[in-house]
Design a protein around this ligand. Structure first.
Ligand SMILES: [Zn+2]
Length: 271
């Protein structure tokens, strides 16, 4: 029988059998409920890392935890800002504590390899803090062998792929909010959730290199997108997603050691 990958579909006995030895990695997608322009659903930042985690887990024999579907507050220069209806955010401390608590629970079950796969830029420092506090608490309980890999999945894009996806030049990851990358991946994964005829056509947002609080909504494109996704295609989405899956799988095999993975070449190296 093929292994179950999704923790929330497993029985506790199946889960315990897979996790108790500590060799099976657990992947935790961390997303957001955030506006993504008039053309994308608000759970993009959860769906994309969730899909990455599922496909990576299938390759490296890992498990996928239920995603955290709410994130830290959307920021004007990376997500349009937290003032849009629908964007539903956590205080930083809440996200830190959730990340910390979940990782500590995995460790209590015997898990010793955790990958936190973030889909929403604003989460990054808070999920890092959650990892750090979990490790600190676990050390005080005598658990010192938990290893965490923390990432934003988009960091795995190669220059070569970016040149193909953005032939006229790559704007920046922040301006990509609801832009070509996310729209292309959604066209590939969930075409029925993309309303392509509503893609905004305005030029990229032009922000000064600083933030203003309280946020002044008139400085932000009213569409909520920070650049136009008009050149997005499902093919571009597949190209980017396949690269994430391949390179994240390789990174996790390297960082977690090969003993739990069925790659004979790697296994020899660790002998
Ligand atoms: Zn996003």
């Amino acid at each position: 029988m093929k292994h179950n990958i999704l923790i929330f579909n497993m029985t506790w006995t199946e889960y315990s059998a897979r996790t108790s030895g500590g060799s099976t990695p657990v992947l935790l997608p961390v997303g957001a409920l955030e506006q993504h322009g008039p053309h994308l659903p608000m759970n993009c930042d959860t769906l994309i890392p969730g899909a990455v985690c599922q496909q990576v887990a299938g390759r490296i024999d890992a498990l996928v935890a239920p995603p955290l579907s709410y994130g830290y507050k959307s920021q004007p220069r990376s997500g349009g800002g937290n003032h849009f209806p629908g964007t539903t955010s956590l205080d930083g401390n809440t996200l830190v504590m959730m990340t910390r608590d979940i990782i500590k629970e995995f460790a209590r079950h015997g898990v010793r390899k955790v990958a936190v796969v973030v889909g929403h830029t604003e989460n990054l420092m808070f999920t890092i803090e959650g990892c750090d506090l979990a490790l600190r608490d676990l050390r005080s309980q005598g658990i010192r062998d938990l290893r965490i890999v923390h990432m934003g999945y988009w960091e795995f894009s190669s220059e070569q792929t970016l040149r193909k996806v953005f032939p006229d030049g790559f704007p920046s990851w922040n301006l990509e909010h609801a832009g070509v990358m996310e729209t292309s991946i959604m066209l590939h994964l969930h075409p029925n959730l993309v309303q392509f005829d509503k893609v905004p056509l305005h030029p990229p947002a032009d922000f000064p290199p600083y933030d203003i609080y309280p946020v002044e909504p008139h400085r932000i494109p009213s569409s909520g997108a920070l650049s136009s996704a008009k050149t997005a295609t499902a093919d571009k989405g597949r190209l980017m997603l396949d690269e994430y899956i391949e390179t994240i799988s390789m990174a996790l095999i390297d960082e977690f050691g090969a003993e739990s993975f069925s790659r004979p070449d790697k296994q020899e190296q660790t002998l």
